[in-house]
Design a protein around this ligand. Sequence first.
Ligand code: ADP
Ligand code: MG
Ligand code: MG
Length: 249
Amino acid sequence: MLQIKNLHASVEDKAILKGINLEVKAGEVHAIMGPNGAGKSTLSSIIAGNENYEVSEGEIFLDDEEISELAPEERAHKGIFLSFQYPVEIPGVSVTNFIKTAINESRKAKGLEDMPANEMLKKIREKSELLEMDKKFLSRSLNEGFSGGEKKRNEIFQMAMLEPKVAILDETDSGLDIDALRIVANGVNKLKSKDNAVVVITHYQRLLEYIVPDFVHVLMDGKIVKSGDASLALELEERGYDWIKAELV
Ligand code: ADP
Ligand code: MG
Ligand code: MG
């Protein structure tokens, strides 16, 4: 589904990603872990099409189609979803109106008419109930005064509505409390299926107690230096990252 081949990227002539290879198949959950500054957020931004990075080598494929040259919106329309570590506030635009616009933009890109209003309402109702969201929340201004947990809930709601093929959740450093962790984890667990894939980027193991990954990859200094199953995350929690560094020399 998502395939990354020999990805090298830099910013202001500083190499950040130094040859990333990753294959994510439908139905799988992958976790990417690694110390601060390893390049995790850079990797997720580049998959989503962030143009602030220079990709000097490598390709990204979605369902066998190369997407490396596409604009961020085009990638989103093709089914890449990236949750934002620092979401923007949009005063005056409600959670509901924002998602309606996003859905209709995506349909327009595929040559489809707007989603009929009754169908949209039904979908909003279904997904917000699935995620146990308060109705009042839907009419609030996007991210304005949202708590960390509310921001996460909104991201998961967006993911539920947009039904991406590949969802990338960059949770690093966002200081989620235990409630926010549960919201993210429950949402992801309810939304994952054999037809989509999830990449969870996290600095800590605790999120992975709730979302159990099929594969765990360790990203260090711009490279995936070790891959394993869920037990690798536990080992990292116990032993930190230094032993991996030691193994590499
Ligand atoms: P992680 O998410 O693993 O903590 P990042 O991808 O955020 O790591 O950052 C990797 C490295 O790239 C860091 O050294 C960071 O300072 C640098 N970096 C990332 N984005 C930029 C940028 N826009 N400008 C300059 N340096 C950047
Ligand atoms: Mg960081
Ligand atoms: Mg990060």
